[in-house]
Ligand binder design. Structure first.
Ligand code: KG4
Ligand code: ZN
Length: 337
């Protein structure tokens, strides 16, 4: 039998505040990755400043690509295809990665594979253990809270999503109320381990749909903090973090488990930055165990933005025939399909 040739894809991700390049073999094996985070640059502004982010991507992208090839001990000749995040994200940031990828594709003559940022987050799961179909994917990031049914590789059917704020956005805003810098999600997660559920907060949208709504919960936390402040009372940060986290994780878990039953899937995967959350991991693991289903998460290093996930997803995007011409441009909003 003829052995299949190994496929090496070089991926580029620059949709927000991380400039990243990675080389992945056959969609599942990371060869080398470089991630340059701009968190320190943006944290004093309380969030990512798009113009500053683009400038940093421009400054760093070539170095990041060069360093990644060096780390892998490879040259562009060893690479089969160039993959890049097409969208969604900050347009100025996306364009830097896109132009770099187009240039590499142009000079090498290798195919250019556009990848949806969320497809990347989803395929970060495949780097750990194989995804088994059909499966349900819970996407929880700074910009998304979606439930996606996947019948097979690179087939995405959205069955629900947030009607307003994304879960990560909500974590970051709640963190800001208690004086924590961007991105506040990881710190809220940490504080919540030390607190108790003492503050009564409204339950987010609790209907039969697979949609989410977190803006009411977010406003309730902001109002609570302001009211306490006006009365001269001190807010207990740990207790607020626990109360908020338990409320939000409970809602997300209930809807996810319900969808798994209705769609008759045995495998649940979690994707996006908030998949690093300890409480979410523990609760989903417990609930899946109760109904005899499997849940898997990306490794912590693949939870937040990185190019490894883009190069991993691109292997399957290419199999589906997703090859772009050099006239392609980035998209700040883009549906996953
Ligand atoms: O996926 P990601 O890196 O960027 C987007 O594509 O949006 O996600 C970033 C989000 C931020 O809102 C950050 O606060 C949140 O993920 N996050 C967390 C945790 N780690 C990162 N939220 C809650 N708990 C965590 N441990
Ligand atoms: Zn992301």
């Amino acid at each position: 039998m003829k052995e299949e040739k190994d496929i090496y894809i070089l991926g580029i991700e620059s949709s927000c505040d991380e400039t990243s390049c990675s080389i992945v073999k056959n969609g599942t094996e990371e060869i080398a990755t470089v991630i340059l985070s701009q968190i320190d640059v943006h944290k004093n502004f309380g969030g990512v400043v798009p113009e500053i982010a683009s400038r940093h991507h421009v400054k760093n992208i070539t170095m990041v690509i060069e360093e990644c090839l060096e780390k892998a001990g490879m040259t562009l000749e060893d690479i089969d295809s160039i993959a890049v995040t097409e969208g969604p994200g900050l347009i100025g940031s996306l364009l830097v990665g896109m132009e770099a990828a187009k240039t590499l594709s142009f000079v090498t003559g290798k195919p250019l594979i556009p990848v949806h940022h969320i497809a990347g987050h989803i395929y970060a799961n495949n780097l750990e253990s194989r995804m088994t179909f059909p499966l349900l994917c819970l996407v929880v990031s700074g910009g998304h809270t979606d439930l996606i049914y996947m019948e097979k590789d690179y087939s995405f059917q959205k069955i629900g999503g947030t009607l307003d704020d994304a879960i990560g956005e909500c974590y970051d805003k709640v963190a800001r109320v208690v004086g924590i810098n961007y991105p506040g999600g990881p710190m809220i997660d940490k504080l919540a381990k030390e607190g108790r559920h003492t503050y009564q907060l409204p339950t987010p949208l609790n209907d039969d749909s697979y949609n989410f709504s977190f803006s009411g919960l977010k406003s309730a936390v902001i109002n609570l903090a302001h009211n306490l402040e006006q009365r001269g009372e001190k807010i207990n940060k740990e207790d607020l973090a626990t109360s908020f986290q338990e409320t939000i994780v409970d809602t997300v878990t209930k809807k996810t488990i319900h969808a798994m039953k209705e769609y008759k899937v045995d495998h649940l995967i979690i994707a996006g930055g908030v998949s690093a959350n300890k409480k979410l991991r523990d609760t989903l693991t417990e609930e899946c165990e109760k109904i005899g289903k499997t849940v898997s998460f990306p490794a912590m290093k693949y939870c937040t933005d990185n190019a490894t996930m883009i190069a991993a997803a691109a292997y399957y995007a290419k199999k589906r025939g997703d090859i772009a011409s050099l006239s392609i441009s980035s998209k700040s909003t883009l549906l996953l399909k």
